[in-house]
Design a protein around this ligand. Structure first.
Ligand code: BES
Ligand code: MN
Ligand code: ZN
Length: 495
């Protein structure tokens, strides 16, 4: 997908499909007005007759509009003037992209900068137009022998500006385009089956990003992981033949003295549950259990693509969780890199076991903040569904920053309680800590487990079990929370 911003007029522009907005009651956006004027009131006539619907997101595709340069004119309803807001704006763009794509147009000229939408600046509208278009036009068809739509897709979005675009708008489009690249990578990694997307594949992908953008990527092998004393991480990989990896990516866009933000991503490329085997229904979905890792890789790609002036380190512990004669068994006790011993009561609570060692490893960077991202608990899906990501933090400022970043880029989080009271549930009679805390508050106790390994720095945990992918007939990776993390880092960079 190609994105650009162009100074042009709606009536004269030569395009496969121009998109203009019209409000309920017939009020037209400036570009709709220009088309209406050129065509001697064609749009107004249709609107009066009720042939153009104007509820937010309604689409009417017109062909051969008189005296207009474009092949197709797509009129999008914007609802009641002044009531659009960010959500409505994004829905209207999404509806337009879907309609334009199914019309067979390869290119779309979208006049959305002028759509009145709450307190969004034109640069925000440009950014969200690009993000939504990238999201809606994403396809994953590399395993289809015959491409679903004959391979024809919308491949170019031009955002039309009636005035000369400002530097802020130009930058917003370029940055959003880089963000779309990161989101698409995270989606690809999530959607790839576990026989392709192995820990080695994730490592090769990380190396590729480092090579393309010229920053350091190191991949630690099993013997390195053993030397570091990551007994907790190693206990998860003990049932599989597939080699584990510990990926370290170091992007230094900031000043040397700036402390880095460390991102940690759960990279379980398949989660069978291990000896505490999962039921077989929908077990295929556990290929997405590396979505934390995928989103961290996607964020690194986006950040490097934008050349953001920040220092960011990505840590990705990655392996499979499989049952076998060599697998870890319930009741086994392991020693983590931090020295804390863990009684593994359920081998299906493996995410926290690989993350805790990565959190200890993060200490060496003297980080300004550490954010881990993980499809950690089914309990989080029960609590929050697929709308918001569960967020925990040991510093209120960090939680507030993530909340603000998430709302502005529409990749929202919900602040969950990280209270010491819940630590009770993790007590073990034999080791320092147990890896499960029983059924009540399963997402909270998982976060409390991680908190024990993140005491030395500002830390936040994102449980993306519900937000990283969609199930059902339209199942697939969402690419979340790449927008959230990237937005957080962009705000960090501009401070
Ligand atoms: N990867 C799963 C969490 C998960 C479940 C993500 C469903 C998305 C959808 C995780 O490793 C897991 O199995 N967690 C267990 C923890 C339990 C054993 C304490 C869970 O949530 O059931
Ligand atoms: Mn599990
Ligand atoms: Zn898991």
């Amino acid at each position: 997908m190609e994105f650009s911003l162009k100074h042009t007029s709606a009536d004269r522009a030569r395009s496969a499909c121009i998109v203009v907005g019209i409000y309920e009651g017939g009020k037209m956006s400036p570009s709709a007005k220009a088309v209406d004027k050129a065509s001697s009131g064609y749009l107004a006539t249709l609107a009066r007759r009720g042939d153009i619907r104007t509820k937010a997101g309604d689409c009417t595709l017109l062909h051969s509009v008189p005296e207009v340069g474009a092949t197709r004119v797509l009129v999008v309803g914007l609802g009641k003037a002044d009531q659009l807001g960010l959500k409505g704006f994004r829905d209207a763009v999404a509806a337009a992209v879907k309609t334009a794509a199914s019309s067979g147009a390869h290119e779309m000229l979208l006049f959305s900068l002028e759509w009145e939408s709450g307190d969004m600046a034109p640069a925000d509208r440009a950014m969200h137009s690009v993000l939504v278009t990238g999201d809606v036009s994403y396809r994953f068809d590399r395993f289809k022998s015959r491409k679903p739509d004959g391979g024809a897709t919308l491949s170019r979005l031009v955002i039309g500006a009636s005035g000369k675009p400002s530097a802020a708008e130009d930058r917003a489009v370029a940055e959003a385009a880089a963000l779309v690249e990161g989101v698409s990578l995270a989606k690809d990694l999530g959607n790839l089956p576990s026989n392709v997307c192995t820990p080695s594949y994730l490592a090769a992908t990380a190396r590729g990003i480092g090579k393309e953008h010229k920053f350091k990527v190191t991949v630690l092998e099993r013997r390195d992981i053993e030397k570091l004393g990551m007994g907790s991480f190693l206990s998860v990989t003990s049932g599989t033949q597939e080699p584990p990896k510990f990926i370290v990516m170091e992007y230094s866009g900031g000043k040397k003295k700036d402390k880095p933000v460390v991102l940690v991503g759960k990279g379980i490329t398949f989660d069978t549950g291990g000896i505490s085997l999962k039921p077989s229904a929908d077990m295929d979905e556990m290929k997405y259990d590396m979505s934390g890792a995928g989103s961290v890789l996607g964020t690194m790609k986006a950040v490097a693509g934008m050349k953001l002036p920040v220092n960011v380190v990505a840590l990705v512990p990655t392996c499979e969780n499989m049952p076998s004669g060599t697998a870890t068994k319930p009741g086994d006790i392991v020693t983590s890199m931090s020295g804390q011993t863990i009684e593994i009561l359920n081998t299906d609570a493996e995410g926290r076991l690989i993350l805790c060692d990565a959190l200890t490893y993060a200490e060496r960077y003297d980080p300004s903040a550490v954010i881990d991202v993980a499809t950690l608990t089914g309990a989080c899906v029960i609590a929050l569904g697929h709308v918001v990501t569960g967020m925990y933090a040991n510093r209120p400022e960090l939680a507030a920053e993530l909340e603000a970043a998430g709302s502005s880029i529409w990749d929202r989080v919900w602040h969950m309680p990280l209270l010491d009271d819940y630590q009770e549930q993790l007590k073990s009679p034999f080791a320092d800590i147990a890896n499960i805390g029983g059924r009540p508050a399963g997402s909270v106790t998982a976060a409390c487990f991680l908190a024990r390994f993140a005491e030395k720095y500002a830390w936040a945990h994102l449980d993306i079990a519900g937000t990283a992918w969609k199930s059902g007939r339209h199942k697939g990776s969402t690419g979340r929370p790449v927008p959230l993390l990237t937005s957080f880092l962009m705000r960090h960079a501009s401070r």
